[in-house]
Design a protein around this ligand. Structure first.
Ligand code: HEC
Ligand code: HEC
Ligand code: HEC
Ligand code: HEC
Ligand code: HEC
Length: 445
């Protein structure tokens, strides 16, 4: 009897010992335990075709993923003990079944192996929960087999058992891969954490509401059409339509009528109206979101207005310059004394909304796994409004008449110098216009 409390105390540990999650799950499963997406296609036709177009279906095969993993992460893991774990770790989120099968590094995408299935149907629909307090670093619990876990109770299928699991309807479910901690303990992805701290979590608006909107359709070909089918679109920063208008902008002058030689101040408001987390979120180490302001006088001359400095610590990271960065890439690339490449290729003086990721030596890095600390977080939070000002000394010889002021907000997924240097397809650094705002002033005679 004396032992009973002890046994009761350890009983749950015995039970949960079966639940591998995170790094300990490496090699605990085999590829065969997971069904191919094609096995789901025959009945879930629409969802299959939607999923195929998502970034998650390409999380292993997409060119930039292949380059970053094989050119930077794998050689870096071999050279630096501290980051040795990322050779396996990247796959925990990018090709979970290769990770669970212990296939490290997986064959190259061109080998067309099962690793190419990336974040597949069966990966998500056999997740039952996560281990720990915070979902991050692929700490999901996987239970592959006949049972597929979904958002509705009582559904029947000729191919599998179905079981309702509330977990799949929560933001934590996404957080298992959308929060990431580096080997140095830095939160290098925190989309679910940002969401949790923001207004949407309080209102019960989850990731699925914005990235998997419910619409009319069929869950499977043999069932009745209903208006509650969760669309498997998962559109994000790679979708120009999703990006467009995510930040609303307004600009106005403090005075409308001025004389040449006078000084005018413009206020620009930027409001995150559409995203449930910060913009940019996720792979923030490589996103460049910047605003460019120009004045065009009555004769068509163009004047570039650099942003007014606010004076906070580390502000230099948020103002476009000719600074060099990413020196730590020299290690995996085998270049000694690598001087780095341009941090961004953006008009000098423009404001950049970003979170600078800093390596152990305090230099900006795009290798998120090599992040030890951060510069100032100057991104736009959910429903946050940022204010920028622009002070312009109107040239003495400016032509009288209307001067048009235009603010344009641009987005690049990857800094152009990095895209060019690593020979990533040009698409990755394409400039996307997110929004514009206009105002005018009147120059008197
Ligand atoms: C032979 C047809 C068939 C195949 C193959 C099939 N399913 Fe289903 N599945 C269904 C039907 C029918 C339903 C019930 C739909 C309904 O009633 O709305 C269903 C429901 C589901 C649900 C919803 C469960 C819930 O609780 O909400 C999930 C998740 C699911 N399937 C996943 C998969 C996955 C993953 C695969 C491939 C590994 C797959 N299915 C293969 C027919 C199929
Ligand atoms: C990234 C994870 C993920 C992937 C990949 C994924 N699903 Fe889902 N699926 C979900 C989530 C989350 C839901 C529930 C959304 C909700 O109701 O809020 C869901 C819902 C479903 C449902 C029930 C739909 C409904 O509204 O009742 C079916 C059926 C389904 N998925 C099948 C599939 C099939 C087939 C594939 C592959 C072609 C697939 N899923 C890929 C996460 C995923
Ligand atoms: C098993 C890991 C995993 C889970 C679970 C997961 N994701 Fe992802 N997701 C990824 C990876 C990896 C990528 C990056 C794909 C790439 O670009 O290589 C990604 C990409 C995305 C993107 C595309 C972002 C862009 O830049 O365009 C969206 C949107 C997204 N996920 C939403 C979700 C949502 C919503 C959920 C929960 C319903 C979810 N994900 C669950 C791993 C996961
Ligand atoms: C209120 C709607 C909304 C909610 C809630 C929401 N998102 Fe988003 N998400 C967006 C919009 C709009 C974008 C496009 C703007 C952007 O890329 O930042 C986006 C972009 C993303 C991206 C790409 C980010 C980048 O900068 O590369 C990822 C990844 C993502 N969402 C995942 C999630 C996850 C995971 C959750 C839940 C924790 C979530 N989203 C909740 C609207 C939402
Ligand atoms: C905890 C899960 C997780 C781990 C671990 C992880 N990633 Fe990712 N990765 C993601 C998610 C989620 C996204 C999408 C975020 C977004 O779009 O903002 C992503 C995006 C990317 C992208 C694409 C960015 C783009 O512009 O499309 C690359 C490349 C990438 N990861 C490489 C790696 C490498 C290399 C490693 C290992 C050193 C790694 N990832 C580890 C979850 C992870």
């Amino acid at each position: 009897m004396r032992w009973l409390p002890v046994i009761l105390f350890f009983l749950p540990t015995l039970f949960f010992a079966q639940d591998y999650a995170g790094e300990e799950a490496h090699g605990k499963f085999s590829y065969d335990q997971f069904e191919k997406p094609e096995a789901c296609k025959s009945c879930h036709v629409d969802f299959y075709h939607q999923w195929q177009q998502t970034m998650m279906a390409q999380a292993y095969t997409h060119a930039w993923d292949e380059i970053e993993y094989f050119k930077l992460a794998v050689p870096h893991a071999a050279k630096e003990e501290k980051v040795a774990g990322v050779k396996d770790g990247c796959n925990g989120c990018h090709t979970p079944i290769a990770f669970l099968a212990g296939d490290t590094p997986p064959p190259l995408p061109e080998a067309n192996s099962r690793a190419n299935e990336a974040v597949s149907c069966d990966v998500c629909h056999t997740i039952t929960g996560f281990k720990g307090d915070v979902p991050y670093n692929f700490n999901f619990i996987s239970k592959p087999g006949r049972t597929k876990y979904g958002p509705k109770p009582g559904l029947e299928s000729p191919h599998h058992r179905t079981e309702y699991n509330e977990f799949i309807t929560t933001a934590e479910f996404c957080g298992v891969c959308h929060n990431e901690k580096s080997p140095y303990g830095a939160w290098v992805k925190a989309t679910q954490i940002e969401w949790m701290e923001g207004p949407y979590s309080k209102q019960g608006v989850v990731c699925q509401d914005c990235h998997m909107p419910k619409a009319e359709g069929k869950n499977a070909i043999m069932v009745e059409e209903n208006d509650m089918a969760a669309q498997h679109l998962f559109h994000g920063a790679h979708d120009e339509g999703k990006l467009r208008g995510v930040i609303e902008m307004r600009i106005h002058p403090r005075e409308r009528e001025l004389e040449p030689g006078e000084t005018v101040v413009f206020s620009l408001q930027l409001h995150n109206a559409k995203a449930g987390h910060k913009v940019p979120s996720g792979s923030a180490e490589e996103r460049v979101l910047w605003v460019h302001v120009e004045a065009v006088d009555a004769e068509g001359n163009v004047y570039h207005l650099p942003v007014d400095k606010k004076g906070f610590e580390g502000e230099e990271y948020t103002i476009a310059s000719e600074a060099l960065a990413y020196q730590d890439m020299g290690v995996p690339l085998g270049i000694t004394d690598f001087k780095g490449i341009r941090r961004e290729d953006v008009p000098i003086g423009d404001r950049i909304f970003r979170l600078p990721y800093l390596d152990p030596q305090g230099r900006m890095t795009i290798m998120q796994w090599h992040t030890a600390s951060f510069g100032p977080d100057y991104r736009i939070g959910p429903r946050e409004t940022k204010m920028e000002t622009y002070t312009w000394d109107i040239p003495e010889d400016l032509a009288p008449g209307k001067v048009q002021i235009q603010a344009s907000l641009y987005y690049r997924k990857l800094p152009k110098p990095v895209q060019e240097f690593l020979e990533v397809p040009a698409e990755e650094s394409k400039e996307v216009l997110v929004n514009t705002a206009k105002t005018y002033i009147e120059i008197l005679d």
